[in-house]
Design a protein around this ligand. Structure first.
Ligand code: HEC
Length: 235
């Protein structure tokens, strides 16, 4: 009688341990919360093509990293559909491996290495844009308004920010393939060598830049054209 009660107690203890174990196992593998479609509110100040895609193009989609041809660790980060395939959890930036890796990594998974590898980290503005974009549902909200004015083509207000947004992720030092575009002297040297405009305008005979399907707007190309026509000054 006593023995039987004892074994029942043991059974109870074991089932409790198993139940608690299962609970934690389940807690660890519980899928990250994904914002339902209807709640993807979008952040009106952020436009995917204008604010988010250039961050990926210039910092991740290099031919030896997350391009269609290399797809390092299965990530192809060159357009919206590809970016959404892996590593972005709409509504939940903390659970998004891509956000984790560019914001320093939290060490919790194999997709969590610090990115971009071997390049300067994203700046605070870029991280903030990514965080807000994911939190609002990681939406591609179509046509973006732009503040581009083709009559504004000074180096400091038009050309330098354009290089920073679209080019410097890859062209950050003189040893980068294609050279640096990170400062006036480097950009001017590229122009003097007869390059830059043909590359961004996708003129036949030039290597199209950026080297993905993404192309700068006609307004941005016009700014570069006018700046070069004016002698590419450091103004
Ligand atoms: C994803 C990485 C990446 C981005 C972003 C990128 N480039 Fe390049 N660029 C390269 C690589 C790689 C080469 C070398 C290509 C080659 O030699 O085949 C290159 C070469 C060039 C060259 C030299 C071409 C030649 O004929 O020698 C120019 C000029 C250039 N890029 C301009 C730009 C400009 C302007 C931007 C921004 C609008 C830009 N690139 C954005 C990777 C990039």
């Amino acid at each position: 009688m006593y023995k039987k009660r004892g074994s029942r107690k043991t059974l109870l203890t074991y089932s409790t341990i198993i139940a608690v174990g299962l609970f934690f196992l389940n807690a660890c593998t519980h899928p990250a919360y994904v914002l339902p479609d209807s709640q993807r509110t979008n952040d009106p100040e952020i436009c995917f093509e204008r604010d988010i895609l250039p961050i990926f193009i210039s910092n991740c989609a290099m031919s030896n990293c997350h391009s269609a041809s290399k797809a390092e660790k299965g990530y192809v980060l060159d357009n919206y559909q590809n970016i959404m395939r892996k590593g972005i959890v709409p509504g939940n930036y903390a659970a998004s491996a891509i956000y984790q890796s560019v914001s320093g990594g939290n060490g919790s998974g194999e997709d969590d290495e610090k990115m971009p590898q071997g390049l300067p980290p994203l700046n605070a503005t870029q991280l903030d844009l990514l965080r807000r974009w994911i939190a609002a549902g990681a939406v591609d909200n179509g046509a973006c308004t732009t503040s581009c004015d083709s009559n504004n083509f000074t180096y400091s207000s038009a050309i330098a920010p354009m290089m920073q947004t679209y080019c410097v992720g890859c062209h950050n030092t003189s040893s980068s393939p294609g050279g640096s575009l990170a400062d006036y002297a480097s950009v001017k040297a590229s122009v003097t060598a007869g390059k830059l405009l043909g590359n961004i305008a996708h003129t036949p005979g030039f290597i199209a830049m950026p080297p993905t399907s993404f192309q700068l707007s006609s307004c941005e190309v016009a700014q570069v054209r006018k700046w070069i026509a004016a002698g590419a000054p450091n103004n």
